[in-house]
Design a protein around this ligand. Structure first.
Ligand code: NAD
Length: 319
């Protein structure tokens, strides 16, 4: 097949390109390199079935051209990372809403199957454990920028479902929970690579908040596997799916695991959210996926444990 991956030079997008090429597809990665990097796609560029297109999903013509060329599109391009969203509030909303609109609009011409990468952030700050797909969303005030990402991604989902219902466009929405692995940078607020980098340098590891908040980390290969299987399943069309590991860890435990695994001399300290991000910042205490739906639909379960994910991320940063 011919596949377009928007955000294909990013962390998850580049792994997706690897797997699609392995399957024998022709792949175009469209990326403006805002958070993505050419080094993520160095390997893919050697493959004659791969093409990198430098451009933005905000450019309607470019999006149209490549969505029409493709049989399927994985829309991964987005402004991501809590820190990035807070530092670039306007760009984040524009890219995350208009970019998705352009992709869906272009896909609708030929009714091209499209996957929209959404996020566990859309559940907001509800204390429910675990989150299942039909759960309510609980968000804070619009004066707190972090909720703009959640809202923009939720609007992406609404758009996708509206195209499906009204125009019969085949769409699949994946709600990714913290996804980790090689090529992810810690520069935009991603916790695991940030801690690993500090630990390897014996620098202090700084936890935002009290560290008792819990998260589930999914290895990128497992997430890519879920996305590709969902795109191949007619039963998944028109629906949203949680994609994540159920193994829960507090951020304090995560920091300790990383210190032990790297044999680091790093001290672990805490700073208030206000200092780490912005005044009035709100976080969710727990973020755990219920993966019953995806398991029933395509038989997917993550294979890589948290300890193995940490080991592989350390190995990557040691190189
Ligand atoms: N990594 C996670 O834990 C996680 C969790 C939930 C959802 N997601 C979603 O998965 C997708 C990929 O995220 P990632 O973690 O790989 O981050 P990433 O930053 O590595 O990837 C995003 C890519 O999109 C590109 N991009 C940004 N704006 C663009 C634009 N205007 N035009 C073209 N390309 C643009 C960036 O350069 C980057 O390569 C995003 O949609 C994100 O919301 C990721």
């Amino acid at each position: 097949m011919k596949i377009l991956v928007t955000g294909g030079a990013g962390f998850i997008g580049s792994h997706l390109c690897d797997r699609l090429l392995e399957r024998g597809d022709e792949v175009v990665a469209l990326d403006n390199l805002s958070t993505g990097r050419m080094e993520n796609i160095e390997g893919q560029k050697k493959n004659r079935r791969f093409k990198f297109v430098f451009g933005s999903v905000l450019d309607k013509e470019t999006v149209r051209r490549w969505v029409r060329w493709a049989d399927q599109t994985y829309h991964m391009a987005a402004a991501v990372g809590v820190k990035f969203i807070i530092d670039h509030p306007l760009d984040s909303i524009t890219v995350n809403v208009a970019g998705t609109e352009h992709v869906l609009e272009a896909a609708n011409f030929g009714k091209k199957k499209t996957m929209i990468a959404s996020t566990s952030e859309i559940y907001g700050k509800s204390n429910k454990i675990p989150f299942s797909e039909e759960d309510d969303r609980t968000l804070g005030s619009t004066s707190i920028h972090r909720w703009s990402y959640s809202t923009a991604k939720a609007l992406d989902e609404f758009l996708a479902f509206a195209y499906h219902r009204e125009k019969r466009l085949p769409v699949v929405v994946t709600r990714l929970f913290n996804t980790c692995g090689p090529r992810q940078t810690g520069d935009y607020g991603m916790v695991l690579p940030r801690f690993v980098k500090s630990a390897l340098l014996d620098h202090p590891i700084t936890i935002y908040g009290d560290g008792k908040q819990t998260r589930c980390f999914t290895y990128v290969d497992d997430a890519v596997d879920a996305m590709m299987k969902l795109m191949s399943s007619p039963r998944a069309v028109g629906q949203a799916f949680n994609v994540g590991h159920s193994e829960r860890v507090s951020i304090n435990q995560l920091a300790r695991k990383i210190v032990v695994a790297t044999r680091s001399r790093s001290e672990i300290s805490h700073i208030a959210y206000d200092k780490a991000y912005e005044k009035g910042f709100e976080d969710m205490r727990h973020r755990v996926p219920d993966v019953t739906k995806i398991h029933k639909t395509i038989g997917w379960m993550p294979k890589i444990s948290l300890d193995e994910t940490i080991r592989r991320v350390i190995q990557y940063h040691e190189q």
